[in-house]
Write a protein that binds this ligand. Sequence first.
Ligand code: CA
Ligand code: CA
Ligand code: CA
Ligand code: CA
Length: 363
Amino acid sequence: MKVEYTVAAAIGDLNADGLADFLVTVHQSAEKFNGESVVFFGDGRRKPRSFIPSLRGFKTSGTTHIAIAAAEKNLPARAVFSNSIGGQVDEGVPLHVYWGEQDGFNPKRIWKIPFHSGYEASAADLNADGYVDLIELNSKHAGEAAHADPTLGANIFWGSREGFDLDKRRTVLREHFPGTSGVADLNRDGFLDLVLEPFAPEKSGEKDMLFIYYGAADGFDKSRRVAMDSEGYSQEHLIADLNGDMWLDVAVTSRLLHRLRIFWGGPNGFDSKREHRLKVSGPLGVDAADFNGDGYLDVICGSYNDPISGFRDMGSLIWGGAAKVTVTGIRSGCLVFPHWDARSPILTVTATWISFHPSTAGS
Ligand SMILES: [Ca+2]
Ligand SMILES: [Ca+2]
Ligand SMILES: [Ca+2]
Ligand SMILES: [Ca+2]
């Protein structure tokens, strides 16, 4: 009886013929946790006794334990499965690239890139060769098994005249739990730099970090990697010059500190001690634009939750800016906007204007 990926078995009379049946549970297949556990019915017609596999199995998913409850009174025998997990093994869901065309996007014009734990992506011509490159994050969200994955971290797929080559023109910047990426020339040397923001430290209990890879003609050498303290479970960042000094700044949303933290850029790079903090409850998303059309950049930050009341979707805060500049960083992600739920008695805040004083900046 060959059954792959089995983790548990049970014996009992499932079909009430007085013969013991053998139930074998399947944890997963090579690619999916969703599978089919099988039962072998005892066959009393032959000696020695043999088993006949059932025509159909039981739909199970990441099953870890099983038990057979014997028939009783009016109830038949029952098989009980303990299903632990579903979906793709190692979060092996391909990245989807939808090719644009004259009439927009067509779901059939799609390129699926084999990938694990895909989280967020950016696109930019990082090496200035005229071809857009892709930055895709393998986040290790799948757990400890992903430690050994050689593609863990930021995967750069280099574009070319011939398109992409996923094996030969691929660079992996190994980082743990990368959640978002941002691209901009932070040090103004003409080469685009890469900001990688993990949603967790490499080891539990360690301080959260923010990583900057400074670009150069030879790409993103690890020697030009700068690691900054960024405690407080930050999940999104914004790259923009928020104080108008012509140096790009990086703002992160620190959920545990309940602050939007702006790290000021400057000729000597970044220092997490040179920061400005703005109060916001449980921030998650951050972006910038001139929302009121006064020519000055404003910052919007979405509040995910209020830890005291326990309410979620607390609305967004906008800080009116005083820096007459435009956003030059490239980033992607999501914002939490006010949520109106007619069934809820809670009126969520739509947007609050607060003065933003770049004069308090440390740079
Ligand atoms: Ca390129
Ligand atoms: Ca640069
Ligand atoms: Ca600045
Ligand atoms: Ca404005």
